[in-house]
Design a protein around this ligand. Sequence first.
Ligand code: SAM
Length: 201
Amino acid sequence: MIRIEGILVSKGQGGVYSEKMIKGHRVWDPYRSKFAALAMIRKDVDLLPSQKVLYLGAANGTTVSHFADYVECVYAVEFAPRPMQDLIVVAGRRKNIIPIMGDATRPEEYAPFVEEVDLIYQDVAQPNQAEIAIANLPFLKLGGEVILMLKTRSVDVTLVPKDVFENTLAELEDAGLIIKDTCWLEPYHHDHACIICEKVS
Ligand code: SAM
């Protein structure tokens, strides 16, 4: 990942939303983007020019636009009409974002538009976050990774976040995924955990 004076940036030409610029690079704010928070916490996390990414929960394309500065292409899935309008505008400014209006719980609906990917990135803030990741595993190549941004309060507000986290890990492992790394996204995003896992079968 590119850092300038310790600040995470990406290098696409021109701003996409209202992000600050530093030395011609787009500042990637960890308080606004969970992936940027992860990259601040885990300095070895990277995105590579060869990667194809399936991005679930694209919203208005803020984080998607930074991904697109780093990777080969981003299949960006969003089901809400309002953010989708912004996402389409963002996609118009990049050649490698494929906006898909679809429900991530129904991957069969967008299967014709998505090829095999190296990474599934998920940030959907729904009760069934593990289930959604598992439903999309057919798009992931063997050895590919899932990065799941778990909003624990969306899963069950009556449980303590640590229990939601443990339950989610168990669900992912039951589906055959190997957990490679986990971390909490404090101080950037409260009660959010990141789970990185690998598809091995
Ligand atoms: N990842 C975005 C970013 O960093 O800019 C923020 C995502 S926001 C926390 C969650 C998004 O997931 C919302 O825009 C919501 O509409 C979308 N979402 C939730 N459930 C979904 C589903 N089943 N399919 C597609 N999108 C979904």
